[in-house]
Design a protein around this ligand. Structure first.
Ligand SMILES: CC(=O)N[C@@H](C)C(=O)N[C@@H](C)C(=O)N[C@@H](C)C(=O)O
Length: 596
């Protein structure tokens, strides 16, 4: 018979993203955002037909999708080439070309917040006139008038939820990723949802179950996020439901069933639950994926989910009851089954001070193993490497590399005090965790000390640069993907709405000058002696191109071997298929070149 070769790495390049979805009120149409035709657009399926058709063409990243409850139009947010200046567009019910609805200066941001029950009023936030703190407006879609609802002050302020009678509004104020307080405005009255807003905690994902009863998520006086309640009539805060060692997220309220749905983050995986607040019955719902990106519960009580696992690209599913999920999309890796891909092992090790660190260990199939390993510090830093599908990882694995990704201190999924450990300490504790991780790999013969590569993106790119500069002896070669190279320039260049967060997150460049110098990769240029590949999106608003430009220029001045790949039409990530292929191919070639 015909003999076919083993799966080739090019097959992994042809996996597509699904980043968001929404169901129409009658559940007859499903719209999702995907780069199915190479760039991100909106695709639709008229259920039960599962063949997608192009619904909106703009070739740009999508920030939200919302159906008019009366099916007269669809709203969506798009930015430009990854600049994250999202603006709000409207589409006819049957799709087409997005028409500007809440747009203006292309340098400004317009974020969707809420659509009224009758679909006639759109609530949104904008940086226009208040770049750091944001203002909230309501647009009357009948006469197109805009009314200012709230002027953000003190810190970045987001409109989170609106009561059904549109008289009460919950806002969050972010003072740090770990300090977000929520307050409700009702007429002239304003009340914080938690008892003491001065205590550091987070409060978010609020849902009005009636005009005076608000459920929300918080870690107030707790290490993990739990379900809480605020009663607007008696101004009473109460704890409702805690799940040990799990942090709640994605809270959704279904009025018709009187049921709350949420997922929880537990280390490297997510779990899904539903909770009846009257009977206090909690039920875990098994899912077909390890990571839950979004859930939607329709009026009829149907549950839809967008999720992924290490061996499963993003797909959308409908819950059929018990543990049965019907896949609505069939996004897969070209010509490969799950068995051809690698599922990571969850391992843990003790760091330099005894702190337990969890990590994902991806081992290539024995027939592919090339004896080399890649050390991958994740981005954020207040994020985690979890069991999501990464075509980049599966490419590396197919070429035979082992991958090790530790959730160093500061990672999410292990409680609030663990997350806070990276605040104002970007370069010491987490770096020592990475060194402990590498030594653990060597001690356990999981990597060869002569054959280790280092790759990271964003904060992970920062850590890759820092480890390279301070500990070059560990690595053969290094890939930095939009990494922060200089804390002094980074802190000045972040988006204006991040500025209020910088003090707790990173510190103050004047007060903390010595620490900023010690923890900036540019301080260690002399140590950066190994070959490097630097990759950067020109429109990146988070880690701007200047961060990569300066490290590349300084290394070149010193005569170091450094390749520089700039993607002109990308931001903080690579959303366009051809760019993704360019980046993966450059990385694979670079690693191969430096194996010897
Ligand atoms: C709420 C918010 O956006 N906070 C930011 C300060 C934040 O934590 N941003 C990260 C998600 C981020 O983009 N970090 C960069 C440096 C990265 O590592 O990806």
């Amino acid at each position: 018979m015909i003999e076919f070769p083993k799966p080739k790495v090019e097959q992994f390049f042809r996996t597509y993203s699904i980043t968001d979805f929404a169901l129409s009120g009658d559940e007859e149409r499903l719209i999702f955002s995907s780069n199915l035709n190479g760039k991100v657009n909106l695709w639709a399926m008229d259920l039960p037909n599962l063949f997608p058709y192009l619904f909106a063409h703009r070739d740009e990243s999508v920030s939200f999708i919302k159906f008019d409850p009366k099916n007269r139009y669809v709203l969506a947010g798009f930015d430009k080439d990854g600049d994250e200046n999202h603006q709000i567009y409207a589409l006819p019910a049957e799709g087409g070309l997005p028409e500007p609805l809440v747009t203006g200066n292309p340098e400004e941001k317009y974020y969707y917040a809420h659509l009224s029950e009758d679909g006639n009023r759109l609530y949104y936030m904008t940086s226009e006139g208040n770049p750091s703190f944001l203002n909230a407006y309501v647009k009357n879609l009948e006469d197109q008038s805009d009314t200012l609802l709230h002027e953000g002050s003190e810190s970045t302020t987001y409109l989170e939820s609106v009561s059904e009678n549109e008289q009460a509004f919950v806002y969050t104020q972010s003072l740090a990723n770990t300090y977000v307080r929520a307050f409700v405005k009702h007429g002239d009255e304003t009340h914080y949802l938690t008892p003491d807003p001065e205590k550091v905690h987070v409060a978010f994902e609020s849902a009005f179950v009636n005009d005076s009863s608000i459920y929300f998520l918080t870690d107030y006086d707790s290490d993990f996020v739990y379900l809480a309640h605020f009663d607007l009539e008696d101004k009473l805060f109460s704890e409702v439901l805690k799940i040990e060692n799990e942090s709640l997220q994605n809270l959704k309220w279904n009025k018709e069933q009187n049921m709350l749905y949420f997922s929880t983050e537990k280390g490297v995986t997510d779990l899904l639950y539903r909770f009846d607040p009257d009977s206090t019955k909690l039920e875990q719902v098994s899912t077909p994926v390890d990571i839950i990106d979004k859930i939607q519960i329709t009026k009829s009580g149907n549950l839809y989910l967008l999720g992924t696992s290490a061996t499963k690209p993003h797909n959308i599913f409908q819950w059929m009851g018990d543990s049965e999920w019907k896949p609505l999309t069939d996004n897969r890796v070209l010509g490969l089954s799950e068995e051809d891909l690698v599922d990571p092992e969850e391992v843990s090790f003790q760091s330099y001070d005894g702190l337990e660190i969890e990590a994902l260990l991806f081992k290539p199939k024995p027939e592919n193993d090339n004896g080399h390993a890649i050390f991958w510090p994740h981005g954020g830093p207040q994020h985690a490497e979890r069991k999501q599908f990464r075509s980049m990882f599966q490419c590396f694995l197919n070429r035979g590399y082992t991958i090790f990704a530790p959730n160093f201190r500061g990672s999410t999924g292990y409680g609030s005090s663990f997350v806070k450990l990276v605040e104002q300490d970007w370069g010491e504790g987490p770096r020592l965790d990475c060194l402990a991780a590498i030594n653990w790999l060597f001690d356990n013969k999981l990597a060869d000390p002569e054959k280790l590569f280092l790759i990271g993106g964003s904060y992970g790119g920062y850590m890759a640069l820092l480890l390279h500069g301070r500990h070059p002896e560990y690595f053969k070669a290094v890939v930095d993907i939009f990494g922060v190279s200089n804390l002094f320039t980074f802190v000045e260049s972040v988006p204006p709405h991040w500025k209020p967060i910088m003090e707790r997150w990173l510190g103050d460049p004047v007060r903390d000058k010595d620490r900023f110098t010690k923890d900036s990769p540019v301080t260690y240029l002399d140590g950066m002696e190994k070959p490097m590949l630097v990759i950067q999106g020109a429109k990146d608003p988070r880690v701007v191109k200047e961060e990569s430009d300066q490290i590349v220029a300084k290394l070149k001045e010193k005569g170091r071997e450094v390749e520089y790949l700039v993607l002109d039409d990308e931001g903080h990530g690579f959303s366009k298929k051809e760019n993704e292929i360019k980046v993966y191919s450059a990385m694979l070639d670079f690693l191969e070149k430096h194996q010897v």
